[in-house]
Write a protein that binds this ligand. Structure first.
Ligand code: SF4
Ligand code: SF4
Length: 62
């Protein structure tokens, strides 16, 4: 399982450094989560960190 970034992304960049497994990259025009890399923060945080920090709630379960 993984999260994805929806069109609500405003490319603020806040989520990128927060991902413990570097699954997030800067895309064009919105940021992108690699579903093969995302671990939903399991083993790192109690809940998905990107979803927690995103100001537009653009990080959602796939
Ligand atoms: S849920 Fe966690 S592991 Fe997955 S992209 Fe977001 S911050 Fe990274
Ligand atoms: S924190 Fe949210 S709005 Fe900002 S780049 Fe990440 S997904 Fe996009």
């Amino acid at each position: 399982m993984a999260l994805k970034i929806t069109e609500d992304c405003v490319a603020c960049g806040v989520c990128l450094p927060e991902c413990p497994v570097s699954a997030i990259t800067e895309g064009d025009p919105i940021y992108v989560i690699d579903p093969k890399v995302c671990v939903e923060c399991k083993g790192h945080y109690d809940s998905p960190k990107c979803a927690e920090v995103c100001p537009t709630d653009a990080c959602v379960p796939v």
